[in-house]
Design a protein around this ligand. Structure first.
Ligand SMILES: *[C@@H]1O[C@H](CO)[C@@H](O)[C@H](O)[C@H]1NC(C)=O
Ligand SMILES: *[C@@H]1O[C@H](CO)[C@@H](O)[C@H](O)[C@H]1NC(C)=O
Ligand SMILES: *[C@@H]1O[C@H](CO)[C@@H](O)[C@H](O)[C@H]1NC(C)=O
Ligand SMILES: *[C@@H]1O[C@H](CO)[C@@H](O)[C@H](O)[C@H]1NC(C)=O
Ligand SMILES: *[C@@H]1O[C@H](CO)[C@@H](O)[C@H](O)[C@H]1NC(C)=O
Ligand SMILES: *[C@@H]1O[C@H](CO)[C@@H](O)[C@H](O)[C@H]1NC(C)=O
Ligand SMILES: *[C@@H]1O[C@H](CO)[C@@H](O)[C@H](O)[C@H]1NC(C)=O
Ligand SMILES: *[C@@H]1O[C@H](CO)[C@@H](O)[C@H](O)[C@H]1NC(C)=O
Length: 327
C-alpha cells in the first residue's frame, strides 16, 4: 500500500514536472551575430516560452510550432523520440539582449542561461610600415578602438608573442586601448598587433613591417681606413718630396754660389797669367790620354762644370772661356 502510494506520487511528479534543459548555460557572442540556445524537455510540452531579460519573445506550441516568430527571434525543431528539443535563435544580437535567457515549460521549472554580448572594434598600427637604420630605437603603437569588454592586446614580433600592458579608456560602453611596442631595429621584422575578446575565436590583427636598413658598418670602416691610409701616404709623399726638393735647392744654390766664387777666383788668376791656364789645360789634355802634340787641337774648357750648372748660369755665357791652343 505504501509502495503503491510512493509509485503513484513519483509517476505524478514525473508527469507534472517535465525535466527541462537549456543549453548552453553561458553564451558569449559578438553584437550583430546569432545566439543559439537549445531548450529540451523529456515530456512533450504543450507550450514552451522563451524569454530574454524576463520579456517573452517566443512561444512554441507543441501542436503548431513557434508563434510570433520574428527575424530576431526564431526556433528550429530538433525533436527526436523522447527528447523534445527546440533550438532558440536570437539573430542580430544587440547589447540590450545581454543578460538572462529563460526557457519556461508548462509544468516544469524555468531554466536560465546567461548571454554576453561583446563588441568587436578596430585595430590599427599607427604609422604603418617603418624603415629604420640598424640599431635605432623605434616604437609601434597599436590602437584598438570600440571594443567591449576591455580587449587583450598583444604584440607578435616575427611570431613571438608578448602580452601588452595596454592603457584602456571607456568611451560610452566601449573600450579604447593603446599599446606601445618599443623595439630596436635589428632585423627585418613583421610586427603584428593582436586584439581579442573572448567572443572572438581568433584575435583580430594588423601586421606591419619593419625594414631595417643596414648601416654598412664594415664598408664604412674600410672606407675610413682607406681614406686615412691614402691621406697618410699622400702627406708622407709630400713631406719627403718637400725635404728632397728643399735639399736640392740648397745644394744647387750652394754649388752655384761656389761656382761663382771659383769662377771669379780663376778669372782673376788667369787675367795676369794666361800661360798658367794654358799649361794647366794642356796637362789635363795629356792626362786624358790624348796626344798633346796634335796640330790644331781645339777644345773647350769650361771653368765650371757645365752639367752641374743651373740653366740660367749657362745661358748668360759669361763664364765660358774658349781656348785655342796650338802646340
Ligand atoms: C542544439 O541541438 C542540435 C541537435 O542536437 C545541435 O545540432 C545544435 O548544435 C544544438 N545547438 C546548441 C546551441 O547547442
Ligand atoms: C517537431 O519534429 C518532430 C520530429 O520530427 C515532429 O514529430 C513534430 O511534429 C515537430 N513539431 C512541430 C511543431 O513541427
Ligand atoms: C503573438 O501574436 C499574437 C497575435 O498574432 C499576439 O496576441 C501575442 O501577444 C503575440 N505574442 C508575443 C509573445 O508577441
Ligand atoms: C606594408 O608593407 C607591405 C609589404 O611590404 C605592404 O603589403 C603593405 O601594404 C604596407 N602597408 C602600409 C600601410 O603601407
Ligand atoms: C587577457 O590576457 C590575460 C593574460 O593572458 C588573460 O588572463 C585574460 O583572461 C585575457 N582577457 C581577455 C579578455 O581575453
Ligand atoms: C602593467 O601596468 C600596471 C599599472 O599600469 C603595472 O602595475 C604593472 O606592473 C604593469 N605590468 C607590466 C608587465 O608592465
Ligand atoms: C591613445 O592614444 C591617442 C593618441 O595618442 C589618444 O588620443 C588616446 O586618448 C589614447 N587612448 C588611451 C586609451 O590611452
Ligand atoms: C631588409 O630588407 C631589405 C629589402 O627588403 C634589404 O635591403 C635589407 O638589407 C634588409 N635588412 C636586413 C637587416 O636584413
Amino acid at each position: 500500500m505504501e509502495a503503491f502510494k510512493l509509485g503513484l506520487f513519483l509517476l505524478m511528479t514525473m508527469v507534472v514536472s517535465a525535466q527541462v534543459q537549456l543549453q548552453p548555460p553561458n553564451a558569449v557572442v559578438l553584437r550583430g551575430s546569432k545566439a543559439r540556445f537549445n531548450c529540451s524537455t523529456t515530456q512533450p510540452p504543450p507550450v514552451m516560452n522563451l524569454m530574454v531579460n524576463d520579456r517573452l519573445v517566443l512561444s512554441i506550441l507543441e501542436a503548431s510550432g513557434p508563434l510570433n516568430s520574428t527575424d530576431r527571434f526564431s526556433a528550429t525543431n530538433f525533436t527526436t523520440p523522447g527528447d523534445y528539443k527546440w533550438e532558440f535563435v536570437i539573430s542580430n544580437v544587440q547589447r540590450e539582449d545581454a543578460g538572462r535567457v529563460t526557457c519556461v515549460v508548462l509544468g516544469g521549472t524555468a531554466q536560465l542561461s546567461t548571454l554576453s554580448v561583446q563588441e568587436r572594434g578596430s585595430v590599427e598600427i599607427v604609422g604603418g610600415n617603418q624603415t629604420k637604420t640598424e640599431g635605432t630605437q623605434t616604437e609601434f603603437q597599436c590602437r584598438a578602438v570600440g571594443w567591449f569588454p576591455e580587449p587583450n592586446v598583444s604584440w607578435s614580433v616575427n611570431g613571438v608573442v608578448n602580452y601588452c600592458n595596454s592603457s584602456s579608456a571607456a568611451q560610452g560602453n566601449l573600450f579604447n586601448s593603446n599599446c606601445t611596442l618599443a623595439v630596436t631595429a635589428v632585423k627585418n621584422s613583421s610586427v603584428q598587433c593582436l586584439v581579442s575578446v573572448p567572443a572572438l575565436s581568433t584575435p583580430d590583427s594588423r601586421t606591419v613591417f619593419l625594414t631595417v636598413e643596414k648601416l654598412a658598418k664594415i664598408d664604412q670602416t674600410v672606407l675610413i681606413a682607406v681614406t686615412v691610409a691614402f691621406s697618410a701616404a699622400a702627406l708622407l709623399f709630400l713631406i719627403i718630396y718637400g725635404i728632397v726638393f728643399f735639399c736640392k735647392r740648397r745644394k744647387k744654390k750652394s754649388s752655384y754660389q761656389e761656382e761663382i766664387r771659383r769662377a771669379r777666383i780663376q778669372s782673376q788668376n788667369r787675367t795676369p797669367a794666361t800661360e798658367n791656364v794654358q799649361t794647366w789645360d794642356n796637362q789635363r789634355y795629356n792626362r786624358d790620354g790624348h796626344d798633346g802634340r796634335t796640330n790644331g787641337g781645339v777644345w773647350y774648357t769650361n771653368h765650371s762644370n757645365k752639367h752641374q750648372m743651373p740653366n740660367g748660369f749657362f745661358d748668360d755665357g759669361h763664364r765660358n772661356h774658349r781656348h785655342m791652343t796650338i802646340v
